[in-house]
Design a protein. Structure first.
Lengths: 384, 324, 384, 324
């Protein structure tokens, strides 16, 4: 607004510079599969790497599709699909070094894949047999976190631990480590997430805040969380923020690699907004037709993260039919294994939970366990 | 008279309250177009507009904190917490602001805020979606806490809670959202902060609230077949507790069992047991026994049925009580 | 850092533009008492207004000094002094319209004065006779809030209420209203404060976030809360932020007036960082010698908010000796009244608290009150 | 042997723990140069550096959330919450993350975090500086909760808590920070999670913890002058409760009074009363009586002495118990 009598337009003079203006988006591979130049970023990998990405993308999507099917058939209680976000997850996941650590939400199946977590382990939470079936220390991939934003503070703290362990800014590429925190557009409204920005910036902790802006927080569009491009949030906390085409695996890889490198070198946090779209429902319990138009979906279908890589590989004859067939059948095998593994997942035993609460068990809890065991026995095995 | 689900009854109650008072607002995550993940606010935004049915940013402390400001401005916010496990980010605003504003102001500033919380387990959900945090709010002076067990109460209690000038934490038994009952909207409801005998009996008193009332009633039916007569009381109000009907019943039966999903340790059962024992010590034939969650976090859903109190565990406690 | 092999310096290219650079500070009156031009802001008041400010500043400081003395003499349990922050509070407080509403911390004694709250009422909380002795509805001045940051969300919500009441952007200056939320530099790290920025910006609520950066949060310097100038925080949330000389009452008035006007007109929130200094201890319980150097204090003494106004008035012969004497004696009278009022403040009666918890009293609480009353009587009045 | 205040004993205990294990960190607001508002961390940053004694941004959720991350990285954070009333912004991280991480990970991930909370009233402070939130944490499965009553326990219990692989909420009686006692650092301490008889008696048992232990002992002395013999137990651990000594005592005396500053409604007394009644029903001559804060928010300090349980109110409860 202009305010003549006060002679100043606060918004114009002191407002966010980029307000309104279309933010620039880092893109290295167009939806049509053409490489694009960018003044700051370039993909430094080989064709082999691109084929690897393609494989990751396809397998990740296949895992996701199978899990969705398993839920439909009642084998999972719920599933949070990553459909449409494969490139953001594979690109960032493949940018990590083994010594880096990732803190996921509940949707990072593609990152888990890149870290080497057995996809079957991911199903436990959704099947209701456990609440986190893998050991985060095995692949430096944290447990899924359902409380929105909570894991971003864990990431900042873990990064502070890396600083104290002397594995930041040593110059030794095999030693220097960083943390990547995953979260969604909706999560940026949580106090915890903003506090994690503060801790990370004040302590200059090696964290990459990787936000997958899939345009929706269940039924709420991005406008309910911010009125400026999300990546600009970082400017308010004193570290770089940038937006990358979240459906472009090459761009996501290049940008995340640079951000992680920056963190490892001791230059502190970076906010990466991966601009993408949630192609499916929020979860299998959700019905998006209640709140969004199919036009939007059609529009984003044209930006599919896998199609563009396939087009790129084919156009340049960088992969032949055998390659694509091989990946396809590998995907089918993986899916079959996943299904088989899911169906044969053992149910937990209720008596075990009493031993998982504390490291040093309490008499009280042990007594409860024994009493309950005796109680269950009294039904001659009908319960137990 | 029409047969409605508990969720629908809440929806009708909210609608009635919004029609009756333009100051009533509904706010929360996904309460607008979606109508809430349980559809309790279904259609309200369409009919009352975005100013009165507000899809908020994803921040529970923000929801309760802005509700305090709206209440100070004369509004009556009804805040939806999407699931029990997500009320904790708002805990500070609830216990230090919502609960204390009137006291801080020497009684001057009312906080007519309703905090709706779908609570409890049994729906096969993932972590944080099956919590029972009621005791923590009941322990907090300045708040009032109620729990609904059936569609008829749901319809009336939500309106009574909204009409209250004191903040009310309103617990909804999510696993019972789809249970139906005949609702006569013209039948005068009992006071909001009253408990009620829902089945008469003579041998022992079973006290429950929210989702466990149905379980208690089923236990009473099963017990009857074995010739034991259980009186079942729906506490309905957790803070303040309405001890009248409880004491009367226990003086009659001499025995009491309290049932809830929450961890037994420092759960509502502890307070009820302590008060019953203090107030009818000589009438007790047996100590008040408690049936509830074990002292563990809520388990993976595949074993939740074994974790949750059920008919058998209630009857087992009744047997132990009768054995004294 | 520069990162040749990746060909980009994220910090330089995507970082906060103003990082490092000395932020510009709005100042209209120099410490020497000379008026200063500013491209965007000018003081639009009369000399009479400036004399009024001088009076407000002196009386506010006197109230504060008397309260500190009362604490030293054991009449108050604790006191949070505003010494050094008078200009920020008087300048912003006098920029408000009657229909505006202020949400203070525990240190806004100067704002309370401007709103017309009886200074004696402020003492109740610190003397321990009440927790908020005034009715916020009388002067649109909220109760002191001790939980850091909590009031900023109340402010955002209250402003949302104003929007719903149709008193924003109507063009009627007597009708349009706005909210001003006061908080400190330390408070900017709280989740609540950042969430209030989000609610205010997403709903475009009429709030001015007035942050008094007094450089310290008890013993923690501003570096523990941010690594860039605080006013830039607003850019991350999509609304204007600017820094004003918090010891310059004219600048604080002009800037706050413009920000409030902007809010009333429906243009949304503004973040004002009043750059000032906590000249005293955090509270009378604190010992700043443990954590900060006296040099800093000496440096800031030269920027005293009152001295510069006095110099300005004297230099231009805009006030004579009588005026200064009159203000001085008014201050003494006020202080004497305050002291007298404090000493004669009645203690609360413990039985009254049972009636202040709920609007609709509970049987349980009434029973507790009666039992306790009977118990107290049993000591034949020795307690009661 | 030296005479030390409770605050100094904690300081020495922290120092000993930091010397013993380089993974131990102290973090919180003003814990560095200032040494905390109660000087409990006095001098630690000077000797252990800013990496191990961390002045954090002013954000409690941030403190606990980053502590979780540090714990996952192998550190043992000791988080100071400046005052009881300021733990609530961290409530979500404490109950949903700190308390559940091990359970969520099938027992794999330990959370060796200590949350130090100066609690309780009696120091003439303003609002939010005199809260007693212990019951809410004791109700939370996954946490362990202890309360210190004297300098000797303070010195040993803080070290034991830091050595624990489970998260411990560590309550410090702020009004007793300046009380002194002889401390023999070489004397072997009792286990952390044990309660203890601190005065033997025969007529009734008084159960207390934290700041109320001194009050209970004073009451016992006064009672003795009137010829009544009270046994006083310092609970020390609130979760898990150590019922052994409690039951033994009540079986002997037949009467019990529980004392705490927290609101009686759903306070620790409720759980203790429920368990005592359940576990020695026939031994009870009277119901377990509770003395604590009224069901109001903490009042202005000028009347806090009337609000807080004192010697007279404890004796009054004892009289009522003996009257049965
Ligand atoms: C603290 C908290 N509040 C509410 C929820 C319920 N909830 C689960 S997912 C979700 C939306 C998250 O949106 P976003 O952060 O964009 O992530 P996305 O699901 O789109 O990947 C909500 C509100 C929660 N899990 N945690
Ligand atoms: C949530 C919360 N945590 C901690 C405290 C204790 N405390 C009181 S004032 C203060 C420092 C506040 O600093 P700042 O926001 O800069 O305001 P100032 O006191 O400098 O005016 C702290 C940590 C509190 N009151 N609330
Ligand atoms: Mg999203
Ligand atoms: Mg400050």
């Amino acid at each position: 607004m202009s305010d003549p009598d006060l002679g100043t337009d606060l918004g114009a003079v002191f407002g966010p510079t980029a307000e309104g203006a279309e933010p620039e988006l880092v893109q290295l591979l167009t939806p049509e599969g053409e490489l694009r130049e960018h003044p700051e970023f370039s993909f430094d990998g080989s064709t082999e790497d691109v084929r690897g990405f393609y494989r990751d993308l396809v397998l990740t999507r296949r895992i996701d599709a199978e899990a969705t099917a398993l839920q439909r058939q009642g084998e999972l209680g719920i599933w949070a699909s990553l459909l449409g976000q494969e490139a953001a997850q594979v690109g960032s996941g493949r940018a990590m070094q083994p010594q880096d650590f990732a803190f996921p939400t509940y949707r990072e199946h593609g990152v888990a894949w890149c870290r080497g977590v057995d996809p079957l382990r991911l199903l436990g939470l959704f099947r209701g047999v456990d609440q986190g079936g893998w050991d985060p220390r095995d692949d430096n991939f944290g447990l899924y976190t359902i409380v929105i934003g909570a894991q971003t503070l864990h990431a900042a703290g873990y990064a502070m631990g890396m600083q104290r362990d002397g594995v930041v800014g040593t110059g030794d590429p095999d030693r220097d480590a960083a943390v990547i925190a995953y979260f969604g557009d909706g999560a940026t409204s949580q106090g915890d997430v903003n506090e994690s920005f503060i801790f990370a910036s004040v302590f200059n902790a090696p964290v990459v805040f990787f936000c997958q802006n899939n345009q929706w927080a269940i039924s709420e569009p991005i406008e309910r969380q911010t009125r400026i491009p999300l990546y600009q949030r970082a400017l308010g906390f004193g570290f770089p923020g940038l937006r990358v085409d979240g459906n472009d695996v090459l761009a996501c890889h290049a940008v995340t690699k640079a951000a992680l490198q920056r963190a490892r070198e001791g230059s502190g946090p970076t906010f990466v907004e991966a601009y993408t779209y949630r192609m499916g429902a929020h979860t299998t319990s959700d019905d998006p037709t209640r709140y969004r138009l199919s036009e939007e979906l059609e529009h984003w279908k044209l930006k599919d993260p896998i199609a563009r890589v396939e087009a790129y590989l084919k156009r340049g004859d960088l992969a032949d039919g055998d390659f694509f067939r091989a990946v396809a059948s590998e995907a089918d095998e993986l899916a079959a294994q996943l299904r088989e593994g899911c169906l044969s997942m053992p149910d937990p035993h209720v008596l075990d939970i009493f031993d998982q609460v504390y490291g040093e068990p309490t008499q009280e809890l042990q007594a409860q366990k024994e009493q309950y065991a005796a109680y269950l026995e009294s039904f001659e095995g009908s319960h137990a | 008279m029409s047969s409605v689900t508990l969720a629908k009854a809440l929806n009708s109650g909210l609608r009635a309250a919004m029609e009756a008072d333009p100051k009533v607002l509904v706010m929360g995550e996904d309460v607008g177009k979606l109508g809430g993940v349980f559809r309790v606010t279904d259609g309200l935004q369409k009919d009352f507009g975005e100013d009165r049915v507000v899809d908020t940013p994803l921040a529970e402390s923000g929801i309760l904190g802005t509700a305090v400001g709206l209440a100070l401005r004369g509004y009556r916010p009804v805040c939806e917490i999407q699931f029990d496990g997500f009320v904790y980010p708002a805990y500070d605003q609830i216990v230090s602001q919502v609960a204390k504003m009137r006291f801080r102001s020497l009684g001057r500033l009312p906080m007519p805020i309703v905090i709706r919380i779908p609570f409890g387990g049994g729906i096969g959900a993932v972590e944080h979606h099956s919590e029972s945090p009621e005791a923590q709010f009941a322990h907090t002076a300045g708040l009032k806490v109620v729990a609904v067990s059936n569609p008829v109460d749901a319809y009336f209690m939500i309106q009574q809670a909204i009409a209250s000038d004191d903040p009310v934490v309103f617990f909804e038994p999510k696993r019972r959202y789809w249970e139906k009952a005949e609702l006569d909207e013209s039948a005068p409801p009992p006071p909001l902060f009253s408990s009620r005998v829902v089945r008469e009996g003579t041998d022992a008193t079973v006290l429950a609230y929210g989702p466990m009332v149905k379980t208690a009633l089923e236990a009473a039916i099963a017990a009857a077949e074995e010739g034991r007569s259980l009186e079942v009381i729906d506490l309905r109000t957790l803070s303040p507790l309405d001890m009248g009907p409880v004491l009367e019943s226990v003086r009659k039966t001499g025995r009491a069992v309290v049932v809830h999903e929450a961890t037994v340790n420092l759960g509502m059962g502890a307070e009820v047991a302590a008060r019953v024992t203090e107030q009818c010590f000589y009438a007790l034939e047996a100590p008040v026994l408690r049936v509830g969650g074990f002292d563990t976090p809520y388990p993976p859903s595949r074993i939740e049925e074994e974790y949750l109190p059920d008919l058998d565990r209630v009857l087992d406690a009744v047997d132990r009580s009768l054995a004294y």
